[in-house]
Design a protein around this ligand. Structure first.
Ligand code: DGJ
Length: 737
């Protein structure tokens, strides 16, 4: 049993292996947050009552008025009570002045809200969320708490699903209109957690196109600190993730609370230090341009928020997210499988290719051991650059005479599988689709709509638009043998009318991706958004991998992949070896290092294999051997960040340890070189103290204990951009020497 309920049904205790989340009902009416942190063990039921004070509100010696502070909450002045109570789901109007989760509008305008506890239910299986991505589990208890609004006919259902092994709690919320009047919601934040006053840091992933997901850590201070997106996608700029780390928490020690939104559109995540120093953390759909009509009988379900607790620092949080997502979020049959080594022609040819050119690439790729050719942008309509033809998903026979069938047959004859690029959500003004349906784009009436990358966004909230695009996609996929789709999305949403459009758009994207993977169950789907602009847990529900960034420079990638791996498993990171000088940064790095860096992800090539040096062509086989040797470990193992550039080192380093601790791989890349410095030693993590490991690169043996405490020297990676892989294999059972 992971959910405990006190005999008097006042308190709820949600236990995972290492954490406890507690909520309780004060005065039979008010649902309050009591505790979140390290696992609590209770001797008896009376322990619940002893913790009753946690619902008392967070103030000491606070006397704003005479009757503010009676022990009996009923007798307390309403505003003071509202202002100080640790609400589990904060709402506005009566005196809770902190950031709230819900706003409802009736015919009288925006209402004050008072949500009173009605009852609870326990489910033994985690329910699906209609039309939304969500974590799944067939054996996880879910607590459902029902609240009722005092005036409006609204009930609010808070759901908490417990993932014991992963120390995670997934929350979702549904609001029902049970009356006869119409309402609308103008705010819908799924999660609200109250942290007691203390010293906390906030960690988020910040970035830009080509520089996605750089971790930032700073103190949580007074006022509000938020990250958000109003771009219609989760965005390059801020990832819908936050960690609250106790100030003394390090990479491997201390309490860290990870929060991640299973959603791919606008979001708001915020910390707020209250007047007494407590911290309220909220996460949900961004209120910008959001209203949702609730007709009588209607319900609205908010996307899921996942909470992960780690008593083992930031690294422990990362590993819990990885485990949770690998097992309970990604649905694709590929999630635990090795992906084919692919070659993508984007950086090889950009728009300048034809059938012959692609066949040449396929032929050489096959010789090198590559398994799939992916044809990127530029194969349809009359697209010779990015100014035209999106929406016209019909092959350009001038470039590809005989169409996709002839091309893919030829690729197959050369021994490769075939994948294709699509950008289903977009339309170019210069396209037959736009000429036929100029009203299918997202825009506001009476205003021009802004172009970005010469394209408009199709209104995927409309079923007829989705149906037509889906019909076109299916035509493409059915006319040839296509094993893989790269689903791209290259601009933010703008000129979005207020109301439900932003959210319905995201639901439309989910609907189409769902149809695609249901109708083509063997298809390997990769999501992409100008690189990593929609790298989120929502997308991972549909595709087991996401293109990490358009920055393919190996050194830059070290940082981008390190940041991405803060939350998302290595098995999901699209990573390719590209040509040098790198097209974007102009940096030249050794081919071997580029291969090593791409090993951290799905692995592939993004270059013209017919044009690179013979030595590099020959090196590809060796790199693929490495991929075959290590991919299982990298895909399924525990990921440990080792001190790197951000910690003042001259290198980047991480390691992956198998679940049984019998195998590990260290990846080290020298980023800058200096003379006359203390030689760098790497202190391994996650090994078995007593296990004896063989270090394959130097053919020596050491116990895990020595490797973790004395460290190892890295030999053969002294020069700038030189990399080194160190493979550790357990030699004997425990207890030696
Ligand atoms: C952006 C993607 O991230 C690239 O990999 C490439 O597919 C281009 N779009 C094509 O337009």
């Amino acid at each position: 049993m992971s959910i405990g309920i006190s005999q008097d049904k006042k308190y709820f205790k949600l236990d995972t292996k290492g954490s406890t989340y507690m909520l309780g009902v004060a005065d039979g009416k008010y649902l309050g947050h009591m505790y979140y942190g390290k696992r609590l063990y209770f001797e008896s039921d009376s322990e619940f009552d002893r913790l009753d004070y946690l619902l008392g509100g967070e103030r000491e010696n606070y006397f704003p008025s005479e009757n503010c502070c009676g022990e009996n909450l009923e007798n307390r002045e309403k505003v003071t009570f509202e202002d100080t109570f640790p609400w589990e789901f904060g709402v506005p109007g009566y005196g809770d002045f902190r950031e709230h989760c819900l706003e409802a509008v009736s015919k009288d305008g925006k209402e004050s809200l008072e949500l009173l506890y009605e009852g609870y239910e326990l489910l033994t299986e985690k329910p699906e969320l209609p039309g939304l991505p969500a974590t799944f589990h067939t054996d996880s208890e879910t607590l459902v708490i029902r609240l009722r609004e005092v005036k409006l006919s609204l009930t609010v259902e808070l759901r908490y699903s417990v993932f014991e092994k992963e120390d995670a709690i997934a929350k979702s919320v549904t609001v029902h209109n049970t009356g006869t009047e119409q309402y609308s919601l103008s705010r819908a934040l799924t999660s609200c957690v109250e942290f007691p006053a203390g010293q906390y840091d906030l960690i988020t992933l910040h970035g830009a196109w080509g520089r996605e997901r750089e971790p930032y850590r700073r103190p949580v201070g007074p006022g509000k600190q938020s990250i958000s997106s109003i771009r219609g996608v989760s965005s390059h700029q801020e990832n819908p993730f936050m960690a609250i780390a106790e100030r003394n928490a390090t990479e491997e020690t201390g309490n860290v609370y990870g929060i991640n939104f299973v959603y791919s559109g606008n979001f708001l995540a915020q910390t707020e230090m209250s007047q007494f120093g407590g911290i309220r953390v909220v996460m949900g759909i961004h209120p910008y341009q959001f209203t949702w009509k609730l007709m009588p009988g209607d319900s609205f379900t908010m996307p899921e928020v996942v909470h992960v607790f780690s008593p083992e620092g930031i690294g422990g949080m990362t590993r819990r997210f990885h485990d949770l997502y690998r097992e309970h979020l990604i649905r694709s049959p590929y999630r635990n499988k090795r992906r084919p080594v692919l070659i993508n022609n984007w950086e090889a040819t950009y728009f300048d290719f034809d059938t012959e050119k692609l066949w040449d690439i396929a032929e050489k790729a096959k010789e090198c051991g590559i398994e799939m050719l992916v044809m990127d942008d530029g194969w349809f309509g009359h697209r010779e650059d990015d100014s035209t033809s999106l929406g016209d998903w019909v092959v350009n026979e001038e470039k590809l005479p005989g169409g996709l069938k002839r091309l893919t047959d030829g690729v197959k004859e050369r021994g490769l599988k075939f994948g294709i690029w699509l950008e289903p959500e977009m339309v170019s003004p210069d396209s037959d689709l736009y000429r036929e349906h100029p009203d299918w784009i997202i825009g506001q009436s009476g205003r021009s709509t802004s172009l970005a990358r010469n394209q408009y966004v199709l209104d995927f909230s409309r079923k007829e638009v989705r149906d037509e695009i889906y019909r076109r996609i299916v035509n493409v996929l059915k006319c040839a043998d296509i094993s893989y789709v790269k689903w791209d999305m290259n601009r933010s949403l703008t000129n979005v009318p207020s109301g439900d459009k932003y959210h319905r758009y995201v639901l439309g994207v989910y609907d189409l991706q769902n149809r695609l993977v249901t109708d083509f169950p063997d298809l390997l789907l990769e999501n992409c958004s100008s690189g990593g602009g929609r790298y989120d847990a929502g997308m991972l529900y549909y595709s087991p991998q996401i293109w990490c960034s358009d920055d393919t420079d190996a050194v830059e990638r070290l940082r981008i992949q390190r940041g991405t791996a803060m939350v998302y498993p290595l098995s999901t990171m699209g990573a390719h070896v590209s040509d040098c000088p790198n097209h974007a940064t102009k940096r030249t790095t050794p081919f071997a290092t580029r291969g090593q860096v791409a090993l951290a992800g799905t692995f592939g090539y993004e270059l013209d294999v017919t044009q690179i040096a013979g030595q590099e062509q020959q090196a590809i086989r060796g790199q693929i051997e490495c991929y075959n040797k290590y991919n299982e470990l990298i895909r399924n193992g525990d990921y440990y960040r080792l001190p790197s550039e951000a910690e003042g080192k001259t290198y980047d380093c991480y390691m992956v340890v198998s679940k049984d601790k019998r195998e590990a791989l260290i990846s080290f890349v020298r980023v800058t070189t200096h003379l006359s410095r203390w030689s760098e030693r790497i202190y391994c993590r996650g090994l078995d103290d007593k296990m004896v490991y063989l270090l394959e690169d130097r053919n020596t043996e050491s116990t895990g204990n020595v490797l973790m405490n004395v460290g190892i020297e890295v030999m053969g990676a002294e020069d700038e951009y030189q990399g080194k892989l160190i493979h550790l294999v357990a030699k004997s059972e425990k207890g030696v020497r």
